[in-house]
Ligand binder design. Structure first.
Ligand code: UD1
Ligand code: CA
Length: 452
């Protein structure tokens, strides 16, 4: 079975410069969710109809799907027609879905396919019932058992009251679909070739056209504007967080928490309020995350605590504590037991087991060994205005408060630096390096300015 996914529309109602299906829900483009569901249902041969903003989609999905260009957006029927050379195969079925239905699930698609097969139908339409059907095509049923789909703009006041709607997902007999599509006319309010018209055409020629009902309106909601996008986000968050809670994660205040679709979190980890966990983040067991943490694309071990801090593209070992108010930038690696305290920024640095950077420091482009203590206010001066240089601090070193480490520089094993030193030369193992003027005491009387 093949799938045709429609994503060529302008998405006018989004009022956006980017393609509608590239807008994010749960941190992933809508089209990603649709594709995941289609593939989850066992359909791997996907054709994506693109037009407006198609290049962005191509860049994102690469060769995962076959692209079909719809030069002019003349309607959903016209869009599907473009796939004919690839999909018009006798005896085959084809799924048609809209790219703007990101919450659809593989179960619903499987049900649709099954209903289609069980009825040996030429076409099966996925329908649902909704309290407010505004904007959707209404399923208008006749007494003879036939039905047609009437778009919002073409509907009479009586038809507008109908709550049974077209979800925009279908299963078709491929060759019958393309025969019927050739008869579709653009004689409607929008002057478009509606895909929905093939259903009437097929029924008139005596073919079996049926509906597959899902009670889960939330899952088949179409996203046409930013309000619906926000609603979809809310629904997806509920789904993601429910899955995590069912697997043993505590989420104290779900309504203030955002967790991306691909995030994984271990058992007995507690997520405190106002926390955002994004991208491909994996968090271990027994961690305390938040309040107010933002973690993106990072691997976090077990028993880690992250309070009011930002962690981006970093790897954090077991039993590490971070924050409050730390900023861990990409390519940071903290080994087991490291402590990063308040107002500390770390970038592209590796910090060894049990080392501590407790307060007010900038550590950039550094390799720090085990059991190192970095005093408050320590700054690695890693940038000379042209190039970045590395700082190396070996095991058991002790960096005095307010030390400037002018890179490239190495502090040897067990060495110390005096508070306030600006270290520009390598410090050998086991010495104390002090670089600062001797303190002098000048009597205040000698400091009075002499008069001319
Ligand atoms: C469509 C259905 C409507 C259904 C609703 C479900 C039609 C005529 N109407 O309406 O019955 O209730 O979906 O969400 O099919 N597209 C193209 N090329 C085009 C036009 C659209 O690829 O020329 C794509 C869009 O990018 C979008 C999808 O088709 O992904 C649906 O188009 P949209 O304009 O959103 O249709 P609706 O008005 O929502
Ligand atoms: Ca739509």
């Amino acid at each position: 079975m093949k799938a045709i996914i429609l994503a060529a529309g302008k998405g006018t109602r989004m009022k956006s410069k980017i393609n509608k299906v590239m807008h994010l829900v749960g941190g992933l483009p809508m089209i990603r969710h649709v594709l995941n569901a289609v593939k989850g249902a066992g359909v791997n041969d996907c054709f994506l109809v693109i037009g407006h903003g198609g290049d962005e989609i191509k860049e994102y999905l690469g060769d995962e799907v076959t692209y079909i260009l719809q030069m002019q957006q003349l309607g959903t029927g016209h869009a599907v027609m473009q796939a004919e050379p690839h999909c018009n195969l006798k005896g085959e079925s084809v799924l048609v879905l809209a790219g703007d239905t990101p919450l659809i699930t593989e179960e619903i698609i499987k049900d649709l396919i099954e209903t289609h097969k069980n009825n040996a139908a030429a076409a099966t339409v996925l329908v649902t019932k909704v309290a407010d059907p505004t904007g959707y095509g209404r399923i208008i049923r006749a007494e003879n058992g036939r039905f047609r789909i009437v778009e919002e703009k073409d509907a009479s006041p009586a038809e507008k009251l109908v709550q049974e709607i077209n979800t925009g997902c279908y299963c078709f007999d491929a060759s019958e679909l393309f025969v019927a599509l050739k008869q579709v006319r653009a004689d409607n309010e929008q002057g478009e070739y509606y895909l929905t018209d093939v259903l009437e055409i097929m029924q008139s020629s005596g073919q079996a056209v049926v509906t597959s009902f899902t009670a889960d309106f939330e899952a088949v909601q179409g996203i046409n504007n930013r309000l619906q996008l926000a609603e979809a986000e809310k629904i997806l968050q509920r789904r993601i967080q429910r899955r995590l809670m069912e697997s043993g994660v505590t989420i104290i205040a779900p309504e203030t928490t955002f967790i991306g679709s691909e995030v994984r979190i271990g058992q007995d980890t507690i997520i405190y309020p106002f926390t955002i966990i994004e991208g491909k983040t994996v968090i271990g067991q027994d961690c305390k995350i938040g309040p107010g943490a933002r973690i993106k694309d990072s691997i976090i071990g077990d028993m880690v605590e992250i309070d009011s801090s930002v962690v981006i593209s970093s790897t954090i070992g077991d039993r590490v504590t971070i924050g409050p108010f730390a900023y861990l930038r990409p390519e940071t690696k903290l080994a087991r037991g490291v402590k990063v305290g308040d107002f500390v920024e770390i970038k592209k640095s590796i910090i060894g087991e049990n080392s501590k950077v407790p307060h007010l420091s900038y550590v950039g482009d550094s390799n720090i060994g085990k059991n190192v203590n970095i005093g408050a206010g320590t700054i690695t001066c890693n940038y000379d205005g042209v190039n970045k240089h590395r700082t190396v601090i070996e095991d058991n070193a002790f960096i005095g408060s307010n030390t400037n480490l002018v890179a490239p520089v190495t502090i040897g094993r067990g060495a110390k630096t005096g508070a306030g030193s600006t270290i520009t030369k390598d410090v050998p193992e086991g010495v104390l390096a002090v670089e600062r003027e001797k303190q002098r005491h000048i009597p205040l009387s000698k400091m009075t300015v002499k008069k001319e």
